[in-house]
Design a protein around this ligand. Structure first.
Ligand code: PRP
Ligand code: URA
Length: 217
């Protein structure tokens, strides 16, 4: 079954760079062990951050090269917060900080109740100036969209404004839920898969991201 489904929505960016697709294929493989899985999640997060920061503003500056003085550009001092949804989102943090080392990191703890599939909040710690920061929520999986939508609502209640969601694999159902409930949130994903199974796992997906990252099953 193809894993290259497309969505045509202005707030959804599917990142089809060859390096991303190659790494994602290894990540999906049932025989990829926890060590390699962790490395790949980190590398994919770095590649995603590269694209998700494309619209950052630049400011003019002057640099003296060994040859002459010239006008060049530097980042205009944008403040960023990376917000992993615990626990699987933790696997993406380091990869993003490699590109944006000055970013602050906030944590939102949510798990999906296995019976109801509803997100349950159990932890939250955010940077104090969250309302002034560009936010990158990170989580490898967007399945029903319940966890992501809850995280967005939660951050909005705390004053967050500019919110982006970075996921490695999304189900069409999850994209639809976030687009429907979270106006002005841009979703970046490496793939849009086929559908959810009866337990709301993404098909073909990669299984349980948290368990594969931390070796808990
Ligand atoms: C996974 C995943 C997302 C959520 C996606 O976390 O990391 O947070 O499920 O599902 P949804 O879109 O249907 O809400 P899980 O609840 O398994 O918790 P974990 O990260 O602690 O393993
Ligand atoms: N959470 C996961 O870790 N994997 C899925 O496929 C769905 C939710």
């Amino acid at each position: 079954m193809s894993s290259a489904h497309r969505v045509d929505h202005p707030n959804v960016v599917v990142m089809d760079h060859p390096l991303i697709q190659h790494k994602l294929s290894i990540l999906r493989d049932v025989d990829t062990g926890a060590k390699e899985f962790r490395e790949l999640v980190k590398e994919l997060a770095t590649l995603m951050a590269y694209e998700a920061t494309r619209d950052f503003q630049l400011a003019e500056t002057t640099v003296t090269t060994p040859i002459t003085e010239t006008t060049t550009y530097v980042l205009a001092g944008k403040k960023v917060a990376v917000i992993p949804i615990l626990r699987a989102g933790l696997g993406m943090v380091e990869g993003i900080l490699q590109l944006i080392p000055a970013a602050k990191v906030g944590h939102v703890g949510l798990y999906r109740d296995p019976e109801t599939l509803e997100p349950v909040e159990y932890y939250c710690k955010l940077p104090e100036d969250i309302g002034e920061r560009d936010i990158l929520i990170v989580d490898p999986m967007l399945a029903t969209g319940g966890s992501a939508a809850a995280a967005v609502q939660f951050l909005r209640d705390k004053g967050a404004k500019a919110i982006n969601l970075l996921v490695l694999i999304a189900a069409p159902e999850g994209i639809e839920e976030v687009v429907r409930t979270c106006e002005d949130v841009r979703i970046y994903t490496c793939a849009v898969d086929s559908h959810l199974d009866d337990h709301a796992y993404i098909v073909p997906g990669l299984g349980d991201a948290g368990d594969r990252l931390f070796g808990t099953k």
